[in-house]
Design a protein around this ligand. Structure first.
Ligand SMILES: NC(=O)c1ccc[n+]([C@@H]2O[C@H](COP(=O)([O-])OP(=O)(O)OC[C@H]3O[C@@H](n4cnc5c(N)ncnc54)[C@H](OP(=O)(O)O)[C@@H]3O)[C@@H](O)[C@H]2O)c1
Length: 209
């Protein structure tokens, strides 16, 4: 990939069960308002600029875009990039562009977005799979919300990237909770419970960092 953005940090953010289930019937298997707030706070950043080119970026697959209720999309105060090989019309959505590949989306950022902006890959399974399991991975950080209990029924799963190895060495390592909070710039409970669901916030980074 030739984009200068490809040299910058790209963070995947995903919530997954212990068996790496992430979706059901085109949507999320759970409704966790606290976790949604965490997602919004992290991806928006603390003081979003009114200038779209200085806002954080959320990149998503076409099906994830379509899974967001119309009244909530585009995700506000963030630059929305939708990846669709066959093409999708997003002309009516503000601050939203569509690209037919991840490299072309990243290229567009290298010329338009501030290098201070954080880039988040927000799903779904197809986009996570290609960016987490490629060697080297396209993303260099994963914010993983581990849904511990209950084990929700899912029809979309991820490979367990945390176990991936190259030449006998684990590709990913788990950061401490303090390292997660440092990167976030705010404090957050590690373990959480809402609606009879327990989950914890984790951060994984490439092992060579
Ligand atoms: N738990 C979580 O954190 C989380 C987060 C996000 C989504 N999800 C769930 O994930 C599920 C959706 O995942 P999904 O895999 O079905 O859909 P997806 O990855 O959101 O979208 C798939 C579509 O995106 C386009 N696409 C993806 N990768 C591409 C690439 N490398 N190059 C070109 N186009 C690409 C293609 O669009 P075209 O067909 O238009 O070519 C493809 O059909 C839903 O259940 C959703 O709720 C869960």
């Amino acid at each position: 990939m030739s984009s200068s953005f490809s040299n910058q940090s790209i963070t995947a953010i995903v919530a997954a069960t212990e068996s790496m289930g992430i979706g059901l019937n085109g949507g999320l298997p759970w409704k966790l308002p606290g976790e949604m707030k965490y997602f919004a706070r992290v991806t928006t950043g603390e003081n979003p600029s009114s200038n779209p080119n200085e806002q954080n970026v959320v990149m998503m697959g076409r099906k994830t875009w379509e899974s967001i209720p119309e009244k909530f999309r585009p995700l506000k105060n963030r630059k929305n990039l939708v990846i669709s090989g066959k093409g999708i019309d997003v002309a009516n959505a503000t601050n939203t562009s569509t690209y037919n590949s991840v490299p072309s989306a990243l290229n567009s950022l290298s010329s338009s977005s501030s290098s201070e902006s954080r880039v988040f890959l927000i799903g779904g399974s197809q986009l996570y799979e290609s960016s987490l399991t490629s060697i080297p991975p396209l993303v260099n950080r994963v914010l993983l919300t581990r849904i511990l209990k209950p084990e929700f029924e899912c029809d979309s799963h991820l490979e367990d990237f945390t176990c991936h190895e190259e030449n006998g060495k684990k590709i990913w390592k788990k950061s401490t909770h303090e390292e997660l909070e440092d990167w976030l710039g705010f404090q957050v409970n590690e373990e959480n419970e809402e609606k009879n669901t327990t989950y914890k916030y984790e951060m994984w980074v490439l092992n060579d960092q």
